[in-house]
Design a protein around this ligand. Structure first.
Ligand SMILES: [Zn+2]
Length: 384
């Protein structure tokens, strides 16, 4: 019997990074996936019966706010995300250069969930929603950012900037311009909040480079990705052709069902599906968590492999962890999410007063992180 070995059998495996969707076993040895001979598999220390379930890589929520203790928006990652099948999360700008150290010490170092971060260009990050952050580019510091990117290499993966009219005011697109310049110096991506922009969306997109992320892509306030006829604008398609990535980051107010439905009908699918979950929206009926947002997009007509890819392989690439996270391939870290897909109706709401009745739900059954079972629904089978 191989010590620390674990066999998940009987489930339907979805691993978009390996282009796989079908029945197969998943075998874990220590903290990575392995592909041993059949005899060895039968000898696994622990066997998980996943009949009737979907077995996928541990989910990566590319847009969260989890600076608990340092931001009013922040929740504690482990008890909030592990029961949702989320094993890695990216915090989007809760911290900036002024409070990055405390984010690392209080949250990142004390979480089992693999927490990555995009540092806000504004020094204090997003410590409250009661008033907007100070976006004046005069306060940004390339020198300090460089130090922090070095000190926390692998954990800080990019920059965040918010380009809503309510934050930028008279600064217009200056914060984004400055952020893109800094990112050029640092060699990283910029993720830009685009809801209610101070300009035409085409102008904003023209500043983004290949690999930058346009988040809240289906928002419905101000200039959106749609034209007057409800078709996806040619500048938006052009940006995608140039390598700009589109992330849903739905939140409570940063998505609009008519926009989502028109964009999907026009064949414009998201590259990344994420929540923008905060302490206020966690477990609520507008966001709840990543499995709920995933089933929302399934109910809206996206295919299962597309949805899973947008929450595994695609964000893994963004954080520089392709082949290590977001896949079940041998050699990758053994993070797994097991779900049952049920035909349960769920009424989604948002802060625009819109509703959408989903017809499916992904019910989390088990979460494995680094080869260890971190969450198990009490009715889910496993024997040791
Ligand atoms: Zn956010």
């Amino acid at each position: 019997m191989a010590r620390g070995s674990l066999l998940i059998r009987g489930g339907t495996v979805i691993d978009p990074a390996s282009d796989f969707w079908g029945k197969r076993d998943v075998y874990i040895c220590g903290n990575t996936f392995a592909d041993p001979a059949d005899g060895e598999k039968a000898d696994a220390e622990e066997i998980i019966e996943a009949d009737g379930c979907l077995v996928m890589p541990g989910l990566i929520d590319n847009h969260t706010h989890c600076f608990y203790g340092g931001s009013e928006l922040g929740f504690i990652p482990d008890p909030s995300l592990l029961p949702m099948g989320v094993t890695a999360a990216v915090d989007q700008g809760s911290a900036g250069i002024a409070n990055c150290d405390s984010f690392m010490q209080m949250v990142v170092n004390h979480s089992q969930v693999r927490v990555f971060c995009n540092l806000h260009v504004s020094p204090t990050g997003l410590i409250t929603e009661r008033y907007p952050e100070n976006v004046d580019p005069q306060n940004y510091s390339l020198e300090r950012l460089k130090e922090l990117f070095q000190q926390y290499a692998g954990r800080i993966v990019g920059l965040k900037v918010r380009q809503g009219q309510e934050m930028v005011g008279e600064f217009g697109l200056a914060p984004l311009r400055a952020a893109v310049n800094l990112a050029g110096e640092l060699g990283c991506r910029v993720t830009v909040h685009t809801a209610n922009p101070p300009c035409d969306v085409a102008e904003l997109l023209s500043l983004l480079r290949p690999g930058d992320v346009f988040c809240h892509c289906y928002h419905g306030r101000g200039s959106t990705i749609l034209d007057q006829q409800g078709k996806v604008r040619k500048e938006v398609r052009k940006a995608r052709e140039n390598g700009v990535l589109f992330d849903t980051a739905d939140a409570r107010i940063h998505h609009s069902y008519p926009v989502i439905q028109a964009a999907l009908a026009d064949g414009f699918f998201p590259d990344i599906i994420s929540t923008d979950v905060t302490r206020a929206s966690l477990f609520g009926d507008m966001v709840f968590g990543l499995p709920a947002i995933m089933t929302k997009y399934l109910s809206l007509g996206l295919s299962l492999p597309n949805v899973v890819k947008a929450c595994t392989a695609a964000p893994a690439e963004l954080i520089g962890m392709s082949g290590k996270l977001g896949t079940l391939a041998p050699g990758a870290f053994a993070d797994v999410a097991i779900f049952q897909l049920t035909n349960t109706p769920f009424l989604f709401k948002n802060r625009l007063g819109e509703t959408f009745l989903g017809d499916q739900l992904l019910i989390p059954k088990m979460t494995i992180l680094n080869g260890k079972i971190m969450f198990r629904q009490i009715d889910f089978s496993c024997h040791r």
